[in-house]
Write a protein that binds this ligand. Sequence first.
Ligand SMILES: Nc1ncnc2c1ncn2[C@@H]1O[C@H](COP(=O)(O)OP(=O)(O)OP(=O)(O)O)[C@@H](O)[C@H]1O
Length: 323
Amino acid sequence: MSLLPETPAILEVRHAVRAWLARHEPAGTVVVALSGGADSLALTAAAVAEAPSVRALVVDHQLQEGSDRVAATAAARALDLGCARADVVPVDVTASGGLEAAARSARYAALDAGRGGHPVLLGHTLDDQAETVLLGLARGSGGRSIRGMAEYDAPWGRPLLWVRRATTRRACADLALEPYEDPHNSDPGFTRVRLRTEVLPLLEDALGGGVSAALARTAGQLREDGEVLDTLARQALASARDGDDLLVERLHEIPVAVRRRVLRAWLLDAGAKALTDKQLRAVDDLISHWRGQGGVAVGGGGPGVRLVASRSRGRLSADFVND
Ligand SMILES: Nc1ncnc2c1ncn2[C@@H]1O[C@H](COP(=O)(O)OP(=O)(O)OP(=O)(O)O)[C@@H](O)[C@H]1O
């Protein structure tokens, strides 16, 4: 649909979507995950202009009074904008492990179930990426936590990862669309909101601007580097495996950055959960600093059971052991 006004903001969002489609070549229909907020609304308008056929999916978390109206309004906008279909999917959020996390997993499950085999475009912007990287830097460990979000991790596509949030807002204003403002997005009880409204502006001010873009760029570079290391690790894992065990002699010569990834993938496969850097290093010591030490317990066995990685006769094995 080339009926959209050709303002700089609209053209920038369209260009980002066009470039994503050209890189990832989804066949036919794409689904847009539409919250009704500025990011996914601008994304929907641009997708309709750029993709052969667009379906919108709006998840109604049913957590706030009137959420059904918000969802219905968003779906109606999607049809106005030219989507071939727009569906509201109500979900029941059962809050185990925090409401935010429960809402997110219910949302992704509903989008996955409703996408009909097509890729799903999400409206994450460069600003979301910068916040994610900053959170990862402060809370995570290792390069994986500051890689940020992928622009395509099938079926999830993020065409706007290099577009500023201000641009999607501008695009909506240019289209005379009134985005939904989620009250959560201004609630300082959420760490992400404080990052957005307090920390990042302070960093921008102190460092003279460009911080969000630099964080997003760093994430992009780390992701590319990390993907190479992951590929090498997959190959090394395949060659070191003997049944469920690993042959130590095949792991000795591998650079430590790759070897730790091999061990991580192997332990996760064996059922490890929430692996820490300290545990991984201790398992690595079974190879690089072997002095006959005992096994290393890692999380994952459930109550009363531990997963223990140990070395014996040139092999590493991971076994569940009762406490
Ligand atoms: N209710 C919803 N229905 C459909 N899509 C949604 C909904 N809420 C969010 N999305 C999609 O997810 C994108 C990111 O939204 P938001 O930043 O609120 O998510 P989040 O809570 O940070 O979750 P995550 O970053 O894990 O996806 C939106 O741009 C939109 O594409």
